[in-house]
Design a protein around this ligand. Structure first.
Ligand code: ZN
Length: 87
């Protein structure tokens, strides 16, 4: 899909996933923030944008903040379509 503009990317991706029987789940502009632990849903309101590692107060190990954010988005999508969360 190299060379496609964003307006062409989404329809092509949906078409390609449709052939593979895979659902395309869209995420809106807003979503779960990355200051929520993706494992136990612990919230750290004091987390600054400059804090790149998330140290959860209730479990370990520490994870990259962007990875938590990505997992939160994925979990929200799975919940929205009624699928179980990964362990
Ligand atoms: Zn946690």
């Amino acid at each position: 899909m190299t060379g496609l503009g964003w307006h062409q990317f989404k329809p092509r991706l949906a078409y390609s996933l449709g052939w593979r029987k895979v659902d395309l789940i869209e995420k809106g502009i807003s979503g779960p923030p990355s200051n929520i632990c993706s494992k136990c849903v612990n919230i750290k309101p004091e987390l600054k944008l400059s804090d790149r590692i998330y140290y959860c107060n209730t479990h370990s190990p520490p994870l990259d903040r962007d990875l938590h954010g990505t997992m939160n988005i994925s979990n929200t999508g799975l919940i929205n379509v009624g699928r179980p969360l990964p362990n």
